[in-house]
Design a protein around this ligand. Structure first.
Ligand code: GAP
Length: 435
């Protein structure tokens, strides 16, 4: 009950301060969809940029990718999604509500009205759509909103070989939207129908999979630490056979302590050559790799780290949410690490009605913004109120321009977590506030 209360407070603060809104809210919403407001976009972009930097820009063996969301339906037939990407659903015979069978404590009685539940059916989670001005009967025109970004990289494997001639091992990395018609979207950003993934398909020689698996496992944990998640809130879980996805021979999930329980944040899977094999058979195009050294032709195997961006945003919000007391006043705020904070610093003139202070503060703000763009100007209300507002959204530093600044080019910088203030030179600000 207490934990549920924390979740409500996080959702409410995220909405009130412009991180995340319910999707289509003025029309009563659309279940399983959320809209990112300006601070949420900034937070999400920071998470994506840090990931892209670590996994693509800082490495020589990764290629960035951005595939179309709509793909030929044959892609999903070959990948096994048309036949098997389903969750078990049951329907109540009385109120007609539908539930995910594997999420129920009692598979016989409706948790809402107590009516009898029908038999378990398989419900395919892909969103189907029609492409072009096609007639309803035209099966050729069926397409799907992709349920994972991965397939866009597998079907371009040959294109990458032909254009970049990479050596093994190498990876393709992509950040993009995925869609799943979840039976029961729930827990805010945790289980939604439209979400974003950051995925890597890392191609290796079949015998080298274990080395790559361990290397990427360590990299995922390093990334989660980069974005400030506490190690004690993260738990690795070896997914047993029978619970793994149809393509995986080994999966390790990283779970996070959300307020509603320890739940999957991201996963690392050994997909073998399942997908390349399936697309080679389905398309009749040779997808083998020719190894110049050994003169062998074979289908590489794949290690796949897959992170849900929205689950990550939620983990960061939950991890950062803090309630404490400062100066005799209680406060609730997001204690973001500097690296992910949507606003790195706020700049204020001490008094709003002193033109010389405002002019100096604007000059400091404008110069600083050229070097650290994620800063904010604030001259509303008194200094105490400005601090409270910036604390709530997780701004690590507040910079005040006062009368001394006019003569000595120093400012007051105040720390969000301790409330301590120090006097520093304007020149030193970029190094102090950059994430
Ligand atoms: N390509 C592999 C794949 O898609 P998955 O375990 O089904 O594997 C990967 O999904 C990640 O995508 C999950 O660990 C989670 O972070 C995120 N994810 C999956 N379904 C989601 C949903 N309905 N809402 C939000 N995130 C989701």
């Amino acid at each position: 009950m207490v934990e549920q209360n924390v979740m409500e407070k996080i959702v409410s603060l995220a909405k009130r301060r412009g991180f995340v809104y319910q999707g289509s809210e003025i029309y009563g919403g659309l279940a399983g969809t959320y809209d990112y407001a300006p601070l949420g976009v900034a937070l999400k972009n920071n998470l994506k940029n840090i990931w892209w930097r670590r996994f693509v820009l800082d490495r020589e063996d990764m290629y960035g990718f951005d595939a179309a969301i709509l793909m030929n339906a044959k892609v999903w037939e070959s990948s096994g999604h048309v036949g098997g990407f389903a969750d078990p659903v049951v329907e109540c015979s009385k109120c007609r509500a539908r539930f995910r069978a594997d999420h129920l404590d009692n598979e016989e009685l409706c948790p809402t009205c107590g009516g009898a539940l029908g038999s378990v059916q398989e419900f395919n989670m892909m969103f189907e759509t029609k492409v072009g001005a096609s007639s309803v009967e035209d099966n050729q025109a069926i397409s799907y909103l992709r349920p994972e970004t991965a397939q866009g990289m597998f079907v371009n494997f040959k294109n990458i070989l032909d254009t970049f001639h990479p050596k093994l091992p190498f990876g393709l990395a992509q950040i993009g939207k995925a869609f799943r018609n979840e039976i029961a979207p729930r827990d805010f950003l945790f289980r939604t129908r439209e979400f974003e993934q950051m995925e890597i398909e890392y191609f290796v020689r079949p015998n080298d999979w274990e080395v790559a698996f361990q290397e990427l496992r360590a990299e995922i944990l390093a990334y989660l630490s980069d974005i400030g998640l506490k190690t004690r809130s993260l738990h690795e879980l070896e997914v047993p056979e029978g619970e793994r996805a149809h393509y995986s021979k080994r999966t390790i999930d990283v779970e996070f302590d959300y307020p509603f329980g320890q739940k999957e944040l991201c996963g690392l899977a050994y997909r073998t050559d399942y997908d390349l094999q399936a697309h080679q058979t389905g398309s009749q195009v040779d997808l083998t790799f020719f190894d110049e050294g050994s003169k062998e032709r074979f289908l590489p195997h794949v290690i796949e780290p897959s992170l849900g961006v929205d689950r990550l945003v939620l983990a960061v919000l939950c991890d950062a949410y803090t309630e404490d007391e400062m100066g005799g006043e209680s406060r609730a705020y997001f204690k973001f690490s500097r690296a992910v904070a949507p606003v790195k610093a706020a700049v204020f003139p001490l008094l709003k009605n002193k033109p010389e202070l405002v002019a100096k503060a604007r000059a400091v703000y404008e110069e600083l913004k050229k070097v650290v763009p994620q800063i904010m100007w604030d001259d509303n209300g008194n200094i105490g109120k400005r601090y409270r507002r910036q604390d709530e959204i997780g701004t690590p530093s507040c910079i005040t321009i006062d009368f001394d600044t006019l003569s000595d080019n120093t400012v007051t910088i105040r720390d969000r977590d301790t409330g301590s203030q120090s006097r520093v030179a304007i020149d030193s600000l970029p190094a102090l506030i950059a994430g």
